[in-house]
Design a protein around this ligand. Sequence first.
Ligand SMILES: [Zn+2]
Length: 384
Amino acid sequence: MPSRATRVPLLSNSPGTERFLTVYRFGKAGARPKAYLQAAIHANELPGVMALHYLLPMLEAADKAGQIQGEIIVVPTANPVGMSQHLYANHLGRYDFNLRENYNRNYLDIGDQVAAQVEGKLGKNEAKNVEIVRKAMVKAVESFAAPNEPQFLKKTLMAMSVDADYVLDLHCDAHAALHLFAGASHADAVADLSAQIGSQATTVGRPDAIPQVMSFSACNIAPWLKLAKAYPDAALPKTSFSVTIEYRGQADVSHALGKSDGTALFKFLQRRGVIGGDPGALPKPKCKITPAWGMDVAYAPRAGMLVYLKDRGVKVKAGETVCEIIDPLDPFARDCRLPIKATATGVLFSRRRDGQLTFPGQVVFRMACEKELPHRVGRPGTDD
Ligand SMILES: [Zn+2]
């Protein structure tokens, strides 16, 4: 392990145990642009870890060659608590056992605190304003007295990411095509990233809607949106760049994918000036960028066994059956194979595995569509 790797201690949840984050830092502290990358905050999602397994040696070599122009922080596994969540030989890692909260929800909402701190300090110079705001953001995160293990973890991650120019949170889905969730600003960088990583569905949020769900990605964006509302006359960027990349499905871990995903991240960082050198021509995009509110999310209306008629990454037309829910008890019933259909035409980017037993209210697929869609009946209001 190179000396640049540091151990950042976390709050111990029981006597005689300790946990820590392993954090890699490249370039010069305080240099710009700053990029922050983490994987596996949902600890059972390892394809992003494999991408970082390949990216880290590339960054090490680039740093030794003096190519890092900004600062890069990489946390190869962002959730040591979830990493230990083996229950009856199944690795979980998505929810905290004690508080039952999703590790990618309930990050700090520091917008009001930052707005109060910068009152009277913002003017017409955007670069100066950004500097003031970023300092206030770090201070707001650091002043938070994290009362428990998951909040301490979230605070520790945020303290490293909140002032970054580029935040990339690496996840994966159950059985999915590579896809990307982004905010509405920084359209050029989002388009670059989408094409560079080969995203098959890239969705962007509403331009000025303050996120309702404070995911890790959202917590880096939300304070800027609040500031823009609080100080409409100040010269401020719309938001920072903070995205979630979903590296296909949980089983999609291989050397070939890790190498190509890690290389694509390296090239994206080159393209944004964080690393020097020529990233080459931008690959042709594999998808159009579509609105998040145009996502068709389908929920299981009853329990049963899932069988898919459409594979991940394919285009599906409105009205076509994506999957069926099979009633295992009565193959004679008229509706023993309940079809779940697409309500709009789009790309099926996320689904579950064939043969999985589903329950009422569970998300069974997601599609990226071009126009706004009403929420389907059956939306349980959970975070899946
Ligand atoms: Zn995840």
